[in-house]
Design a protein around this ligand. Structure first.
Ligand code: KIV
Length: 258
């Protein structure tokens, strides 16, 4: 097994796992200093391309951004989202996962869903492709509607069954998105593999947020998003200084001229 995956598995019940998203080299380089896992998420569709759903994201989109991310990732485990409609059958999933891994040199792929896609997940793992699971709110299926999951017995039972099924078939970790606190806690306690929460309470083994949300570049009003810094302010300051110096002919000075 990949040594980076082994390291992540060992963190269960010991220390929190940090997962950050990235769509490009420069952000990946900074994220790599803090993260255990760097995820090239298909959230890039809404964050970078203004798509109203991640369904429009293509395999080419994911591969191009992942190639850039790869240049910035040295130590973290790099996971790439398989986009919508690229894993509708076992053979298609394998063909596309192999293409992602070959072209981006990532360590693992992530697929959204439980029982419905278990045959594809089993098939990838049988062919030595490490898989991360994703349960709860599934943006590729939910079309971006942010409604929490696991708030009633039926949903809770299904989430527990799906997470055990994913674990028993070899996924190394599961993203739990927008799952009620008590349900996320129960799942995390039942599993031997780590859970990574996004809007699913402090009880998960790790946490992920979309980087553009946490650094304040993306204006989103989702309940679980916390803006840890307002990077827009710093960017504006840089642009303002540049504009003032160009207009006043202070820049470029002799020092910056040939
Ligand atoms: O696409 C993405 O960025 C994700 C994370 C939000 C978990 O799947």
């Amino acid at each position: 097994m990949n040594s980076k995956i082994q390291k992540i598995l060992k963190k269960k019940n010991k220390s929190k796992i940090i997962c950050l998203t990235s769509y490009s080299k420069n952000i990946a380089e900074e994220a790599d200093k803090f993260a255990d896992i760097i995820l090239v998420g298909d959230s890039l569709g809404s964050v970078l391309y203004n798509y109203n759903s991640t369904r429009k994201v293509t395999l080419t989109n994911m591969i191009d951004h992942s190639k850039s991310v790869r240049l910035g990732v040295k130590k973290s485990l790099m996971v790439v989202d398989m986009p919508y409609n690229t894993y509708t059958s076992k053979s298609l999933a394998l063909k596309n996962a192999k293409k992602i891994i070959k072209e981006t040199k990532c360590d693992a792929v992530k697929l959204e869903g439980g029982k419905k896609i278990i045959n594809q997940i089993k098939f990838l793992i049988k062919h030595q492709i490490p898989v991360m699971g994703h349960l709860g709110l599934l943006p590729q299926t939910n079309k971006g509607k942010f409604k929490s999951k696991g708030g009633n017995i039926k949903e809770t039972k299904q989430l527990i069954n799906d997470s055990l099924l994913l674990q028993d078939n070899g996924v190394f970790s599961i993203i739990l998105e927008c799952i009620k606190t008590s349900t996320a806690k129960l799942i995390t306690e039942k599993l031997k593999i780590p859970t990574i929460g996004i809007g699913s309470s402090v009880y998960c083994d790790g946490q992920v947020l979309v980087t553009d949300d946490l650094i304040g570049l993306n204006n989103t009003k989702i309940k679980f998003v916390k803006k840890f810094i307002n990077l827009k302010k710093f960017i504006n300051l840089g642009f303002k200084k540049f504009t003032l110096e160009v207009k006043s002919k202070k820049y470029p000075s002799k020092k910056h001229s040939y």
